[in-house]
Write a protein that binds this ligand. Structure first.
Ligand code: FRU
Length: 557
């Protein structure tokens, strides 16, 4: 049925465009299909068909004079006859070939503009983190992915695993577009009691919620995995939520799953149930379920757009003082109470991280209960066959500040294991002295060239004007004490009379991340290319203390 609809659509498209589709058919013997791509070519329909495998219909810019190559994992097609149909130039399709290696793989992960300690996809486009979960010793990071070019399209769930959230191994994609639509963002839970019935008592499933996006509507679907998240099966009863007719809106997406229990500080007779937070209409809706298949609408909070997250955190580490944090895609948030059905905001919206970060998600089921967030940054790694990256994973906590309870975000403690100290001193240095040291010890020079950099330092101003840090002439930090702005955003230190700012700066090849005053505020930005080799503080009569300069070791395979 599914197959015939896709074939039918494909022939209608070909017919309307009056093109003769080119075809390639062969027995699959190898692991990968290599495809030649050029951004100069228009997109054309590309259809993959094989007996026993769902048809896959995507668009691609195949080219006979490729700028770069992408690949498709062929594991699911092994031993079968694969037929590829393309309604673009035949000579471009003719260049597609199977092989056991990815074309140009010898350079993989060490290309000149490949981030060295941030996750990027081998090839193609990457956006939102999806299905973030720890399970059986591994963190799973799924992500919005276009495997067929470095621009957004064909939304597919890419997949990577890591023992420590820093060293990632890329796995084969797990969710592909189907007749309900392309695979938009979602999340994952471990259904340890097999409430969904997708697994067994001895092999309980991981269960995923995602959005299928089609031009006429967006619906919410479920998938499950019985092999620890490596392969996913779509639930036959999909979609499980279709709120299009109820609200008459197209945009209803990014289901965020978690298990709610009374141990989260709320008094109720409810022993626990599944919660799905969904962005629809003007904010986030709460749906509940006992089996992850049947969902009931409960409540709605206005004021958010895309990619919900909702989780409890203790205030200042006190387990008997729990608040709930509700976020949207921009990482702005409200703090409030949640009784399992309704989120009641008490303060907000606040923000703690700005810049390139978008669509961040926290990991479910972390082994030590840490609330770890990972965000996407739409960074253009110029000239590379891939685009976008994940930012450093950060631990989120709630702290009482002079402005009230606020989220604080710091790179996870594991990041320290990547740092190799080049200089450390508790002396207070003048601008000239510190710049001389930064210049001499820079990890961007000599043997260390190409490595990332971490700088921790306290900058003290002597006039209430501006001062900061720049790399190759471009400002990384511009702190204006008169306007109280940090790179243009209002920032007021905990002691409002303080002239000092403590910074943790992480520079990778194409991006910079800065954490101010131990994570009270953070921001991320693309780095101006070419890569910097001249790091310097600036400002009238400033001084710098507690300096620590580190090289950041590559986490690439
Ligand atoms: C956010 C977003 C999500 C959607 C996905 C599509 O970046 O627009 O709302 O699910 O990206 O790729």
């Amino acid at each position: 049925m599914r197959k015939s609809i896709i074939c039918c659509l494909f022939s209608v498209v070909c017919c309307l465009l009056s093109v003769q589709a080119a075809e390639l058919s062969f027995k699959v013997k190898c692991k990968y299909l290599n495809l030649p791509i050029s951004q100069q070519e228009p997109r054309h329909h590309l259809l993959f068909q094989a007996k026993g495998v769902d048809d896959l219909s995507v668009v691609a810019r195949l080219s006979a004079s490729p700028e770069y190559w992408v690949f498709k994992d062929l594991t699911a097609y092994k031993g079968k006859t694969l037929t590829i149909t393309y309604d673009g130039p035949e000579e471009a399709l003719a260049q597609v070939y199977q092989a056991d290696t990815i074309r140009d793989a010898q350079e993989m992960y060490h290309e000149v503009n490949r981030p060295q300690f941030h996750f990027t996809s081998r090839r193609g486009w990457l956006n939102d983190p999806n299905g973030c979960i720890w399970h059986d010793g591994l963190y799973h990071l799924y992500y919005q992915h276009n495997p067929f070019e470095r621009e957004w399209e064909n939304m597919t769930w890419g997949h990577a695993t890591s023992p420590d959230l820093l060293h990632w191994t890329e796995q084969a994609p797990v969710l592909f577009p189907d007749t309900l639509g392309t695979m938009y963002s979602g999340s994952a839970v471990f259904d340890k009691d097999n409430t969904s019935g997708f697994g067994t008592k001895n092999n309980p499933p991981l269960v995923y919620a995602y959005t299928a996006d089609r031009s006429d509507r967006e619906v919410q679907c479920i998938a499950y995995s019985l092999d620890g998240g490596m392969t996913l099966h779509k639930y036959e009863g999909n979609p499980v939520i279709d709120s299009h007719d109820k609200w008459q809106t197209h945009d209803t997406r990014d289901p965020r799953l978690f298990w709610w229990t009374t141990d989260n500080g709320q008094q109720t007779t409810d022993k626990g149930h599944w919660v799905l937070v969904l962005n629809e209409r003007n904010g986030h809706s709460i749906y509940t379920s006992t089996n992850l298949r049947d969902w009931t609408y409960k409540s709605h909070v206005n004021g958010f757009w895309e990619c919900p997250d909702l989780f409890p955190l203790p205030v200042d580490g006190n387990p008997s003082d729990i608040r709930w944090v509700m976020l949207g895609a921009s990482n702005t948030y409200m703090i409030g109470r949640f009784d399992g059905k309704t989120f009641t905001p008490e303060s907000g919206k606040h923000r703690f991280s700005t810049g390139a970060i978008y669509a961040a998600q926290t990991f479910n089921h972390t082994p030590d209960g840490r609330r770890i967030q990972i965000g996407w940054a739409n960074i253009d790694h110029q000239g590379m066959p891939f685009r976008g990256q994940m930012l450093l994973p950060t631990e989120l906590t709630l702290r009482t500040t002079k402005d009230g309870i606020r989220l604080v975000s710091k790179p996870i403690k594991e990041v320290a294991s990547l740092l190799k100290t080049l200089y450390a001193s508790d002396k207070t240095l003048s601008e000239h002295e510190v710049n001389e040291i930064l210049n001499k010890k820079s990890p961007f020079k000599g043997d260390l060239e190409g490595l990332g950099l971490h700088l921790r330092a306290t900058l003290t101003l002597s006039y209430a004007t501006s001062a900061g840090l720049r790399l190759n002439g471009h400002n990384i930090i511009d702190y204006d004490l008169n306007r109280n702005t940090l790179n243009g955003q209002f920032y007021s230190p905990q002691d409002p009379t303080s002239l000092s700012l403590t910074m943790d700066v992480y520079v990778d090849r194409t991006s910079v991340e800065v954490f101010i005053d131990d994570g009270l505020y953070s921001f991320s930005a693309p780095l101006q290319l070419p890569q910097g080799d001249n790091l310097e503080f600036w400002g009238p009569d400033i001084n710098v203390s507690n300096i620590r300069l580190d090289a950041v070791t590559s986490t690439m395979p």
